[in-house]
Design a protein around this ligand. Structure first.
Ligand code: SAM
Length: 224
């Protein structure tokens, strides 16, 4: 589905161990998600100073006060999104581009928006260097979604929102899923929610426990 990415024997071995950890100790069941994590060289998505730890289940700084989420979080959010080949997916918060690269293993139709211009440009250059499709990358306020390409089968928010962003609900296809961390600022943590659009005005809500993400900024996010 995507070109084979630059890699090494050592990193492939470390990634196999990470996939085993996600399957046996983090409860990730979807083999398509595990294969996608197994295919993307995470060590190429942040500063080489962290390379030795790239396949541990840890988050790392990516500059501009932002982070690349830990692999178990990426895998769990992706599993909840339940992406099928051919489906149209929108990610909010491109950051390093790692989650985008994982999603690109599952469908060819992935869009991603980043709010921070420095991270947007860095991510674009990195993904281009890896031969991944950069036409799906956008600079802007993802809390408003990307209406021009709606509706989406799945929308994945990788930052914590104060409430469900109304524009994202409107841009879901019937049957589409929004996976989003939502929570009050003072707690510094959120609940991971999955909202399924069951009809034009009908949404089902499921909660999947506490999580901790950097804040979603923008019109339907927190003030920057
Ligand atoms: N998915 C990213 C990855 O794989 O590296 C990690 C995302 S990081 C936890 C959250 C990202 O959301 C940051 O890059 C941040 O700049 C971005 N962000 C925050 N508010 C945003 C908004 N309104 N629209 C788009 N991106 C936003």
């Amino acid at each position: 589905m995507t070109p084979s990415l630059p890699d090494t024997y050592r990193h492939r071995g470390q990634r196999r161990s990470l996939v085993t950890l996600l399957r046996e100790q983090r409860g990730i069941r979807d083999e398509r998600v595990l294969a996608a994590i197994g295919a993307v060289p995470r060590h190429l998505f942040f500063a080489s100073a962290f390379e030795a730890h790239a396949y541990q289940d840890k988050a790392f700084p990516i500059g501009e006060g932002q982070t690349i989420s830990q692999p178990s979080t990426v895998a769990y959010q992706t599993e909840l999104l339940d992406v099928r080949p051919g489906q149209r997916i929108l990610e909010i918060g491109t950051g390093s581009g790692y989650q985008f690269a994982v999603l690109c293993q599952l469908t060819e139709q992935v869009q991603s928006i980043e709010f921070n211009p420095v991270l947007y440009e860095r991510g674009r250059q990195r993904l281009a260097a890896l031969g991944l499709p950069t036409a799906g990358l956008h600079l802007g306020d993802g809390s408003l979604g990307l209406p021009a390409l709606a509706p989406y089968d799945g929308i994945l928010v990788t930052a914590g929102a104060p409430a469900l962003p109304p524009a994202l609900l409107r841009q879901l296809r019937i049957g589409g899923r929004l996976v989003v961390p939502v929570g009050a600022a003072d707690l510094g943590q959120q609940q991971l929610l999955r909202i399924t659009r069951e009809g034009p005005e009908t949404f089902a809500r499921e909660a999947f426990g506490d999580c901790r993400f950097v804040p979603l900024l923008g019109a339907a996010g927190w003030a920057s």
